[in-house]
Design a binder for this molecule. Sequence first.
Ligand code: SF4
Length: 330
Amino acid sequence: MVQIHLITEFILAETHCTVSHLQSDFIKEKKGMSKIEYTDKTINFVTGCSKISTGCQNCYAETMTFRLKEMGQEKYQKGFNEVVEHWDMLPFEFSRTPKRYMINSMSDTFHPEVSFGFIFKMFEQFIHFPQNTFMIFTKRPERASRVIPKIWSYLSKAYPARQFPLENVWLVVTTENQEMYDKRIHYLLDTLVAVRGLSVEPMLSHINFGDHLEQIDWIALGGESGSKGRPMHPSWALSARDQCKSHNTAYWFKQHGEWGFPNGFKKKRITMLIDGRIFKNDDDFCQFCSVTPEELDRLHPSTRQKLGKKKSGNMLEGRTYTELPTLIKN
Ligand code: SF4
């Protein structure tokens, strides 16, 4: 009993959560309900992962796996460092009414330790539930670009009456900064899927998406939440919004994250003299777009504060952005 109490204390100290948050996460995980705004449900056929880039630093799945393991959930007893395929969940009964599912939010479907056979079986389930949408997020698009065409090829032989790629499957590649975007985007563009998306979360730098957006249907973007969240500058989110607008790409702004501007942020109004340098934003030029989160810490002490995800909110220039792809590009 004392040990359970100590573990709970440790989890709360590490994650800055309340007991009711832990219980609510536990219940949501059990019911497959999602806290992620653009999905109705999350289903985890795979658990466990390994970190691949700086966006993984404060991995939510890792923290959650630790919590769920300590709370006794059988599915998470192997911990985060072991990738487990949950064959017992297949075949799976998805909803009979339309829902948006995020698949494997507690892992990465294209992790090298997830077998081709298992990924194939997961995709095969999607065929039987055309009323639902299946969103697959990955930081490993290189493997996705090799595996997915093979899956379409095998499935088209097994289900000759169906069309491939399946129109209800989205591939969403996570790209937290310019470097990862440049590295991962070509694999996404090379993969034949009905909907191509980018998840820029946590956003850790300004990203110039370039003309690749012509082939991207959706961008979901947000700053990092949690006590260890790194700052995102609103200029980066605004620039992404404008780039999406000029390429007819749907834009979902999820949140500012842990850091926010208590008095709001107006792109045009900022002019600051720091260390003898003028930092200024106007329509044509964004000085803040070129800085790193570490520099932001230094440059913005007076205007930016650690407000927490709830208070920093999800407003950009006075409104929210919750667009989903309607016109699918080829
Ligand atoms: S790829 Fe995703 S689940 Fe895996 S460590 Fe990185 S953030 Fe966590």
